[in-house]
Design a protein around this ligand. Structure first.
Ligand SMILES: *[C@@H]1O[C@H](CO)[C@@H](O)[C@H](O)[C@H]1NC(C)=O
Ligand SMILES: *[C@@H]1O[C@H](CO)[C@@H](O)[C@H](O)[C@H]1NC(C)=O
Ligand SMILES: *[C@@H]1O[C@H](CO)[C@@H](O)[C@H](O)[C@H]1NC(C)=O
Ligand SMILES: *[C@@H]1O[C@H](CO)[C@@H](O)[C@H](O)[C@H]1NC(C)=O
Length: 362
């Protein structure tokens, strides 16, 4: 019994603002880490049916804290897993920020991106001179190297910019890839390998894929979706929305499938401040949230500027210099929706409840 006390005191201290000011960080203590391919298919060689190719699966890397919370945070990139690993200056990214908070963290490469490279179809790679386009697409400023004055990027650090643009993967922003990635992710969600309390954190085109996954999954394991600057939304077939033909939606699904989004405990569509309200994807996020709520769900739009007072956000706010504050918004979302419990809360209620309460006061 007394053996617990020093450990408890440390855990409580870890989340107090005083400990953070002093630069003390709760260590990351893992029980295990690893990865696995999941989903996909096996195709047969037309000229020799005994020859097969296993392809179009996704790849999931995982990190499980020694004393985990129940919620698995599945980090779904649009450009590369790197954006979840580090802040632009190389500082701590969402992966470590949330491992320190004892959330199991999963890094997902959907079919045909990153480590899920084996495609069932032939593909041509054509180099496309895209660095300057990345700058504007990621909303660091209105034109190349013309940074927003309040930018949360380390604008004086040319190496940081070089790393940002170099870490990008080849992307497949096609309707086919939205289906392939959400098919594989739905298999992963239903497999139980991510636990039964999944919260997707997505960036850009990942948001549409996570929404589609929730409409496809059969088990009830998806508990939350938090999209950062999601481009592309899912709508029910009775909402007078015309489906797009490309990779950025809108996707229109049968009403019964759309209603699965209303069963997700909570959905939050997050936007940085350098976006006008007239931006088409913001309007789509507001309409999608309204429809989810109409069917009994819990979806909200969070404007980092006006709702949270965070300025200078890029398209990838969780990698920005103020990502600790952006993470604070996610803490609130998880706590408010009861998604921050520990696995051992149930069987070890007395002692650990005490820790949680003192953490909250801190
Ligand atoms: C293909 O597999 C079947 C069943 O295992 C086997 O009988 C057959 O000989 C194989 N054919 C070739 C060309 O290897
Ligand atoms: C996988 O890598 C190979 C070799 O670099 C490349 O030719 C192929 O296009 C890649 N596949 C995908 C899906 O990106
Ligand atoms: C930054 O501020 C300067 C001086 O006020 C202004 O001229 C410039 O247009 C601003 N840059 C951006 C990207 O808004
Ligand atoms: C459906 O959308 C079209 C195009 O935006 C609009 O002209 C029409 O009035 C809408 N119909 C209904 C019933 O809302």
């Amino acid at each position: 019994m007394f053996g617990w006390l020093p450990a408890l005191a440390l855990v409580a201290l870890a989340s107090s603002s005083m400990a953070q000011r002093d630069g003390w960080k709760r260590p990351i203590v893992l029980d295990r880490s690893g990865g696995f391919p999941i989903g996909g298919k096996i195709i047969h060689d037309p000229s020799s049916t005994n020859l097969t190719l296993s392809c179009d699966h996704g790849y999931m890397e995982y990190f499980i804290p020694s004393r985990p919370r129940k919620t698995s945070l599945v980090m779904w990139h649009s450009s590369s897993t790197q954006v979840w690993q580090n802040r632009w200056d190389g500082g701590e990214g969402y992966k470590d920020l949330f491992l320190r908070r004892n959330y199991p963290v999963y890094l997902w490469d959907g079919p045909r991106v990153g480590r899920a490279n084996w495609s069932c179809k032939p593909l041509n790679y054509t180099p496309n001179y895209q660095d300057q386009g990345n700058f504007v697409a990621w909303n660091f400023g209105p034109s190349y190297k013309n940074w927003w004055n309040d930018s949360q990027f380390p604008t004086k650090d040319d190496e940081a910019w070089q790393r940002a643009t170099s870490s990008r993967y080849v992307e497949f922003d096609t309707a086919e890839n939205v289906q392939l990635q959400s098919d594989a992710a739905a298999v992963a969600a239903d497999s139980g390998k991510l636990g039964d309390n999944i919260v997707y954190l997505t960036n850009s085109a990942g948001g549409l894929r996570a929404m589609m996954t929730a409409t496809k999954a059969k088990e009830n394991n998806i508990k939350g979706i938090v999209t950062y600057e999601s481009i592309g939304y899912v709508f029910p077939d009775n909402a007078n929305v015309t489906a797009g033909s490309g990779g950025f939606g809108p996707f229109v699904v049968p009403l019964e499938d759309f209603k699965k989004l209303a069963k997700v405990t909570a959905i939050q569509f997050v936007w940085g401040d350098h976006r006008p309200e007239s931006f088409e994807s913001i309007q789509q996020s507001r309409y999608a949230a309204q429809l989810v709520n109409k069917y009994g769900g819990n979806a909200k739009v969070l404007m980092l500027g006006t709702d949270a007072g965070l300025k200078g956000s890029s398209h990838i706010p969780f990698a920005d210099m103020d990502n600790a504050k952006v993470a604070g918004q996610l803490d609130r979302f998880l706590e408010r929706n009861g998604l921050d419990d520990y696995v051992d809360d149930d069987d070890d209620e007395g002692e650990w409840e005490w820790v949680r309460k003192s953490q909250r006061k801190g």
